[in-house]
Write a new protein. Structure first.
Length: 568
C-alpha cells in the first residue's frame, strides 16, 4: 500500500513538472523594466476568454490577443499579447484558464543581476589559479601551464620542438579546458567595444573578483587576466602568435586538477596573430589610464601589436590547418579560417586608432568590407567597423555607419509579423551552432550600436525583443542563461559543471541554443525533441551542438545585457 501511495505521489510530481516544462505562456522570465514593451506569447493554445493577468495591486486584466502568427516550420499558432501599458512595479500573475499559470516581474533594472553574472562567469572559468571567491564553485589549482611544450608545428630556430615555455592564466575556452587565441581575442574585442560605449557603467560594476576594489574597472581587470596569457603566446623571436594552447585530445569530464595530458602551443597562424594585434592595440589604449595597477603594460602591448601585424604581413597565407599536425596529432577545437581579410581590417583599424600612422589607414582602406556583417569569431570585420565609428577618418566612419544602418534596417523587418515578436528567430538561418550568441545577442548589440552612433532610440525596442526571446519568450520556453528564470539549462556541455558534484551549473552561462544540424545526435542517449529549427534544443550534457558554452558566446551576452542594463 505504501509503495502504491509513493508511486502515485511520484507520478503526480512528474506530471506537475511536465506541465511546468510545457507551459505555453512564453515570456521573459527575468523581468521587464516599467517603461519597456511587455509582450507574452501563448504557444499553440488559443487564449481567448481564458487569459487573465492580475496586477500587483490586485486588479484583474483580461488582455486581448494583438495578433496571431503561424510557425513556418511546426505549423503551431502563436498568440501575441501586449500588456505594455502596465508600468506598476511588482509581480503579475498570469493565468490561462486551467491550462497554465506563471509570474511576470516588472522592476527597475531587471537585467542588473544577470548582466553581472554573465561577466563574473569569466572569473569562474579562469585557468591556472585556484578559484577562491566562487563560493560553492571554489576549486583548487588546475592547469598551471608553467610547463608547456612547443609542438613541432610551432618550432623555430630559437624555440625548437619540445622546448618548454611558461604560458599560464587565461580562460578555459568552452566546455573543454583548452585556450585558443582566435576565440579569446574575439571575446575580448566584443567586450572592449561595449566597455568603450559605457565606461561609467562598467566603472561602477562590481563582479566580486580578486581585483575588485583596485583603481581599474572589473571588466578591464577580467580582460587583463586573459591578456596576461596573451603576452606568453607571441614568439619573442619573430612576433608570430601561436594558434592555441591545447592538449592533443579533449579531456574527459573531470575537474581541472585531474587532467594529466601534456599541453602544447601549436603552429602560428595569420588569423591568431592579427586577432592578437587588434586586441593588444585596443588594450594599449584602454589600459593607459590604469598604470597604477598595470605599470608598463600599455607600452608593451603596443609594441607587441605592431610586431604581430608585421609578422602577418610577412606570412599572409599562414592559415591553421589542424589535420596536418603530427607527433602528436591534435583533435581539439580548430577555429580554422582560410580568409584573413577581415582580420587584417580589424587589426589595421585598431592600430591606426592607437598610433595614427598613415600606413595602417592605407592598410584598412585596402581591405574594408563591402557590407556590415554580424560579428563572429570567424568574421571580425564588424569589430573593425566599430573602431572607425570612433575613428578620425571621415570617409571610413561614414561608410561603416551607412553599412551598419543598412544592416539594421534589414534585421528588424520581420519583427512585426514574427512568432515571438523579435527580429531574431524568423529564419532557419538564425539557428545553428552558437546561434543565441552570434545571431541573437550580436544582432541586438549591432542595433544598440546604431542607436548610440546616431543618438536615437530607433532600434532599442527591437534589441529588447531579442533579450525577451533569449530569456524565455521562444519556442522551447527556456531562459537560455544558466541560473536565471524558472526554466533554464541544468546540464550544459561544460566539464567543470558536470564534474564538480554540484547540481546547479555555473551561473551566468549562455548555451549555444537550437541547432537543427544536430551534429551530436549519434552520441546522444536521448533524441532531440524536435527537428524544427527553433525547437532543436536538448538540455543534456552530451549535446555539444546545442548545449555547450563558450567564451565568445558569453562575451556577446556580456556586451548585450550590460549595454541594455546601462541604458535601462
Amino acid at each position: 500500500m505504501k509503495h502504491s501511495i509513493l508511486t502515485l505521489a511520484l507520478t503526480a510530481i512528474a506530471v506537475n513538472l511536465q506541465a511546468a516544462n510545457d507551459n505555453p505562456i512564453r515570456r521573459n522570465q527575468v523581468g521587464y523594466a516599467p517603461r519597456q514593451e511587455k509582450v507574452i506569447v501563448i504557444d499553440g493554445v488559443n487564449p481567448t476568454g481564458k487569459l487573465r493577468i492580475t496586477t500587483p495591486d490586485g486588479k484583474v486584466l483580461k488582455p486581448k490577443v494583438s495578433r496571431k502568427a503561424v510557425s513556418p516550420w511546426s505549423g503551431k499558432t502563436r498568440y501575441i499579447v501586449d500588456f505594455s501599458a502596465q508600468q506598476q512595479e511588482g509581480q503579475y500573475q498570469v493565468t490561462l484558464g486551467k491550462v497554465a499559470t506563471c509570474t511576470l516581474t516588472v522592476k527597475e533594472r531587471p537585467l542588473r543581476d544577470i548582466a553581472a553574472a554573465s561577466l563574473r562567469l569569466f572569473y569562474l572559468i579562469r585557468s591556472g589559479i585556484p578559484i577562491t571567491m566562487g563560493g560553492e564553485y571554489n576549486r583548487p589549482l588546475g592547469h598551471a601551464d608553467t610547463h608547456v611544450l612547443v609542438h613541432n608545428s610551432a618550432a623555430s630556430p630559437l624555440r625548437p620542438a619540445a622546448a618548454v615555455i611558461s604560458s599560464p592564466y587565461g580562460w578555459y575556452d568552452a566546455g573543454d579546458y583548452n585556450k585558443y587565441v582566435v576565440n579569446s581575442a574575439f571575446s575580448i574585442g566584443l567586450m572592449f567595444a561595449a566597455y568603450e560605449q559605457h565606461p561609467d557603467y562598467f566603472a561602477a560594476l562590481n563582479t566580486h573578483i580578486p581585483e575588485s576594489g583596485n583603481a581599474t574597472p572589473d571588466l578591464l581587470d577580467e580582460m587583463m587576466f586573459n591578456l596576461r596569457w596573451f603576452l606568453t603566446m607571441q614568439d619573442p623571436y619573430d612576433g608570430g602568435v601561436y594558434h592555441k594552447l591545447t592538449t592533443p585530445h579533449f579531456e574527459s569530464f573531470v575537474m581541472p586538477k585531474d587532467c594529466h595530458q601534456p599541453r602544447y602551443v601549436v603552429e602560428k597562424s595569420v588569423t591568431a596573430t592579427l586577432d592578437f594585434a587588434a586586441v593588444m592595440a585596443d588594450a594599449a589604449r584602454l589600459f593607459e589610464p590604469y598604470q597604477q595597477d598595470y605599470p608598463g603594460f600599455s607600452a608593451q602591448a603596443a609594441a607587441m601589436a605592431e610586431r604581430a601585424y608585421q609578422w602577418a604581413k610577412d606570412n599572409p597565407r599562414a592559415f591553421y590547418v589542424q589535420h596536418q599536425l603530427k607527433a602528436p596529432a591534435v583533435s581539439t577545437g580548430e577555429y580554422g579560417d582560410r580568409n584573413a581579410s577581415d582580420e587584417f581590417f580589424w587589426a589595421a583599424s585598431a592600430l591606426y586608432r592607437l598610433t595614427g600612422k598613415q600606413y595602417y589607414l592605407d592598410e584598412a582602406r585596402a581591405v574594408q568590407p563591402k557590407a556590415f556583417t554580424t560579428p563572429t569569431w570567424g568574421n571580425v570585420a564588424s569589430l573593425g567597423a566599430f573602431e572607425w565609428m570612433e575613428g578620425s577618418d571621415k570617409h571610413l566612419r561614414e561608410t561603416m555607419l551607412q553599412q551598419l544602418n543598412d544592416y539594421c534596417t534589414e534585421a528588424v523587418k520581420s519583427s512585426a509579423t514574427s512568432c515571438f515578436n523579435s527580429p531574431y528567430g524568423n529564419s532557419p538561418h538564425h539557428f545553428g551552432w552558437g546561434c543565441l550568441a552570434e545571431s541573437c545577442c550580436c544582432q541586438a548589440l549591432c542595433l544598440l550600436y546604431a542607436d548610440k552612433m546616431a543618438g536615437t532610440n530607433n532600434y532599442l525596442r527591437y534589441a529588447q525583443q531579442n533579450a525577451d526571446y533569449l530569456l524565455g519568450r521562444n519556442a522551447t520556453g527556456y531562459c537560455y542563461v544558466t541560473g536565471f528564470g524558472d526554466k533554464s539549462p541544468m546540464h550544459p556541455h561544460h566539464r567543470p559543471s558536470a564534474a564538480d558534484g554540484i547540481a546547479a551549473p555555473f551561473p551566468g552561462m549562455l548555451v549555444g541554443g537550437p541547432n537543427p544540424g544536430q551534429q551530436d545526435k549519434s552520441g546522444l542517449k536521448e533524441p532531440y525533441p524536435s527537428n524544427h529549427p527553433d525547437e532543436s534544443y536538448l538540455d543534456v550534457e552530451e549535446s555539444y551542438a546545442s548545449n555547450e558554452i563558450a567564451i565568445n558566446w558569453n562575451a556577446s551576452l556580456v556586451a548585450f545585457l550590460c549595454w541594455l542594463d546601462a541604458i535601462q
